[in-house]
Design a binder for this molecule. Structure first.
Ligand code: FAD
Ligand code: SF4
Length: 330
């Protein structure tokens, strides 16, 4: 674990990336991109998580902003660390500045491997409520999209700041964008219901004030929008400086964002994962037993049938909203 400053003296920022294009592609307020830009300015490298081979999510390395784009956006599935930890070690030994971002357990794993915090290494842990395995994800996506899926976004700001995304599929030989939302996706619904995470996530030791990263970043869900004076429509990041190293970067973050200093309690109150691990619902056993015995197709079918009416209503409402937005531009 990082040598955390006491909770009361940590700077807690609500921040929105001043680069509007990057902000639109980020899940929250773009804090990750802001920190990455700083490291690239120092000729450093950035590690983050991306779809690296079809539906496989893994830890990847970027030397510049082009490489960063695949890392942007939350992928709600366990990411494969591959040989990233050893690669970070090589970069540090070569004298490169390194930013490593990931779930708190990944950051802690990296620090354990390196023997603790290192000069030249900046770590960013994301607020995390748990991850399903890649096996469950791939099985669900295979059922939902068969082999038509070209790309997937769990969060898409064109749908507003929230848990709605989109997919690009191949339909009759033509690329088509379709919504990807808990309203219509069994996988996304189960992810938000929290009953398909890995067992260890329900006992997560990082879901509290003791954080492994120099920074903790997440969605500032609980923000008092009026009090902060910030525009929440395109997302706001919570940025918590856990260490002295992180505190030195606060002036830089302020220079690159619209920001407001907020009480840490405000961030914690709006975000259960800064207080305790996700509770383990009893339905987890049922889902996993049925997945094993009956297969994902049966569960998906059941979900589709039970949500047929509500999903049709939601799709119709969404179409009207998008039509009006097209006509009135808002
Ligand atoms: C599995 C998961 C659960 C989350 N749960 C919460 C939550 O409960 N509350 C909350 O406030 N925020 C949560 N977040 C964080 C939030 O969704 C944003 O990822 C975070 O605020 C960064 O957004 P951004 O706008 O700064 O940048 P973005 O550009 O959107 O950055 C995405 C960042 O997330 C990392 N990332 C993406 N997918 C993964 C993955 N599978 N494993 C590890 N790292 C990944 C990228 O490397 C990058 O650092 C979660 C994210 C993930 C991936
Ligand atoms: S909930 Fe905890 S254990 Fe699970 S992925 Fe997130 S940080 Fe790791």
């Amino acid at each position: 674990m990082a040598d955390n400053a006491s909770q009361s003296c940590r700077t807690c920022l609500a921040a929105i990336d001043s680069d509007g294009d990057e902000l639109m592609l980020s899940s929250s307020g773009g804090a990750f991109s802001v920190l990455a830009r700083r490291i690239f300015d120092l000729d450093g490298v950035v590690y983050g998580h991306a779809f690296d081979d079809g539906l496989h999510v893994g830890c990847v390395r970027a030397e510049n902003l082009d490489g960063l784009s695949a890392m942007r956006g939350s992928k709600y599935v366990q990411s494969d660390m591959g040989d990233a930890i050893a690669s970070v070690g090589c970069d540090l030994r070569a004298g490169r500045e390194v930013l490593f971002s990931g779930t708190p357990c990944q950051v802690d794993g990296l620090l354990a491997f390196l023997g603790g915090p290192q000069d030249g290494l900046l770590t960013v842990d994301i607020v995390c409520h748990g991850v399903p395995s890649q096996a469950f994800f791939v099985d669900c996506m295979g059922e939902e999209f068969s082999d038509r899926l070209l790309s997937l976004r769990f969060r898409d700001k064109r749908e507003g700041w929230g848990c709605g995304g989109g997919a690009t599929i191949l339909h009759a030989g033509i690329e088509k964008n379709v919504p990807f939302s808990p309203k219509i996706s069994y996988y996304y619904r189960r992810f938000l219901a929290g009953d398909v995470y890995r067992e260890s996530c329900y006992r997560c030791p990082y879901a509290g004030g003791e954080r492994p990263g120099d920074f903790t970043i997440g969605d500032f869900w609980g923000i008092d929008v009026g009090g902060s004076g910030l525009d929440a429509r395109r997302g706001i990041s919570v940025v918590i400086a856990n260490t002295a190293k992180a505190e030195t970067l606060i002036p830089y973050i302020k220079s690159e964002t619209s920001w407001a200093e907020r009480p840490l309690e405000e961030a914690v109150c709006g975000n259960d994962q800064l207080m305790h691990p996700s509770p383990r619902p009893e339905s987890r056993d049922v889902v996993f037993e049925r997945w094993k015995e009956e297969g994902i197709g049966v569960l998906e079918d059941e979900y589709r049938r039970s949500t047929l009416l509500s999903s049709k209503k939601w799709l119709a409402k969404r179409a009207v909203k998008r039509f009006l937005k097209g006509v009135f531009g808002r």
